[in-house]
Design a protein around this ligand. Structure first.
Ligand code: PEP
Length: 248
């Protein structure tokens, strides 16, 4: 069976109640490709509101969560809390979490393990910085980041989407070319075949993220190993519908 195209919107720390209602109405009124799975990544404080106002055909994701279920972790939210308000997904290991908040590969892995244990679906982000790309380390970095996730995921690959997001392309307007993105996606799939299993390599969905817009989405979506997008800035705009529909 083919891999279902999956498009995530990562709102980051943007939006207020009015803007969020506009985004949801835009999705409700848009004609969305039924062959595309859609997930919106919402600031924690709006998760319950968004979940109750958004059609169930659209998944709702937190943008982060802690690795423990409860306790003295001021300011954090847990996987059981995300489930409790009805959201189904969590984005983990986003490059902003890794760089601004200092999250290591091993912390991201612990978070992934806990989220999966609570039956949340996970968008797990990986990607190299510009310096790493320019020094020829792209594969080394994305393989290292993925390797850290393997024991955390165990046999739960069905509940994981990998998001390859070159850090130099996030929020910069510099998109990876379709060939650059396809090359990394294909290498990742080869790595998964060699280090996890042929079945996982073939079935896991790998999104591309980094300045995806309605203008570049179609060409990227046409690449063999690109199974969807994780979209930041453009997920707040009406063009998000065109990105969702980019495959067909
Ligand atoms: C992101 O936040 O994951 C992202 C890819 O952002 P942008 O689309 O704005 O580059």
């Amino acid at each position: 069976m083919g891999r279902k195209f999956v498009v995530g919107g990562n709102w980051k720390m943007n939006g207020d109640s009015n803007q969020i209602n506009e985004i949801i109405n835009n999705l409700k009124n848009g004609s969305l490709d039924p062959n595309a799975e859609v997930v919106i990544g919402v600031p924690a404080i709006y998760l319950a509101q968004v979940r109750s106002n958004t059609p169930k055909t659209i998944g709702v994701a937190a943008q982060n969560c802690w690795k423990a279920d409860k306790g003295a972790f001021t300011g954090e939210i847990s996987a059981p809390m995300i489930k409790d308000v009805g959201a189904e997904w969590v984005i983990l290991g986003h490059s902003e979490r890794r760089t601004i908040f200092g999250e290591s590969d091993s912390l991201v892995a612990e978070k992934v393990a806990n989220a999966l244990q609570h039956n949340l679906k996970v968008i797990a982000c990986i990607g190299e910085t510009l310096e790493e790309r320019e020094s020829g380390k792209t594969e080394e970095v994305v393989f290292r980041q993925t390797k850290a996730l393997v024991p955390a995921i165990g046999d739960k690959w069905n509940n994981v989407v990998l998001a390859y997001e070159p850090v130099w392309a996030i929020g910069t307007g510099k998109t990876a070319s379709p060939q650059q993105a396809q090359d990394v996606h294909a290498s990742l799939r080869k790595w998964l075949a060699e280090n996890v299993s042929a079945e996982v390599a073939q079935s896991v969905r790998i999104q591309y993220g980094g300045s995806v817009t309605a203008a570049n989405a179609k060409e990227l979506a046409a690449c063999e190993d690109i199974d969807g997008f994780l979209v930041g800035g453009a997920s707040l705009k009406p063009e998000f519908v065109n990105i969702i529909n980019a495959k067909h």
